[in-house]
Design a protein around this ligand. Sequence first.
Ligand code: ATP
Length: 244
Amino acid sequence: MANQQRLLTTTGSLGPPALLDVSGLHRAFVTPAETVCAVRDVTFSAYAGEFVCIYGASGSGKSTLLNLIAGLDVADSGTIHVNGVDVGALDEGGRARLRLETIGVVFQDHLLIDEFTAWENVALPLEVRGFTGAEARASALAELERVGLAGLEDRLPSQLSGGQRQRVGIARALVGQRRVLLADEPTGSLDSANSRALFALIRKLCDQGTLAVVCSHDPMCQEFADTVYEMVDGRLRQREVARL
Ligand SMILES: Nc1ncnc2c1ncn2[C@@H]1O[C@H](COP(=O)(O)OP(=O)(O)OP(=O)(O)O)[C@@H](O)[C@H]1O
């Protein structure tokens, strides 16, 4: 779907605007020993419904790039627009709001709150946004159903498998109709069968309109993606279009 949208746009017809636009992005880390250019002149666009996979060796800059897009870090130069919003023009509070309302982030470690049930974990971002308890619970239950966890809402994280915990993390990242999912090694702690199921879930969410940008060492990710980039020494190269 996403590639068809892009074709329409590039042929001059009216197409939907990019949901994510990254242009000329640079980020260097200066330490007493050296300066590391973690992200160098990265430019790409991505669309609603697109599954973008970024793979690359350890230290190639994948996490740094995701952190910049999420507004968890600030670029030295270049721009990021998410749904038309210039992330670089936002202060820390504005970037936090963007994460609450538009961008959800998941990491290898699901970072759930151990004392909260699955639905309480998922409801948390909505409570922060000021939803009533009943609204937050209803939305959390619906999101858990969407990620295939209906019936497990009242379990604590310790009562769920690794794959199920990661699904709770994805539900928490997307609840409240957030349209962009950023995932950093989401299957890093999962076995092959659970990894496949998780990538299939992300594919399904993209088919429902989510834009997912997934950094992964796992080649399996590329089977599910619309667009595959390789990151080498901070630079992004498009490798192939895996699906049409
Ligand atoms: N806060 C920091 N201070 C100094 N250097 C950093 C910092 N964060 C990242 N780097 C360096 O930037 C480069 C890119 O790191 P990054 O974590 O983005 O890579 P990565 O591709 O995500 O690696 P991995 O797959 O191992 O997670 C590396 O050389 C790393 O050492």
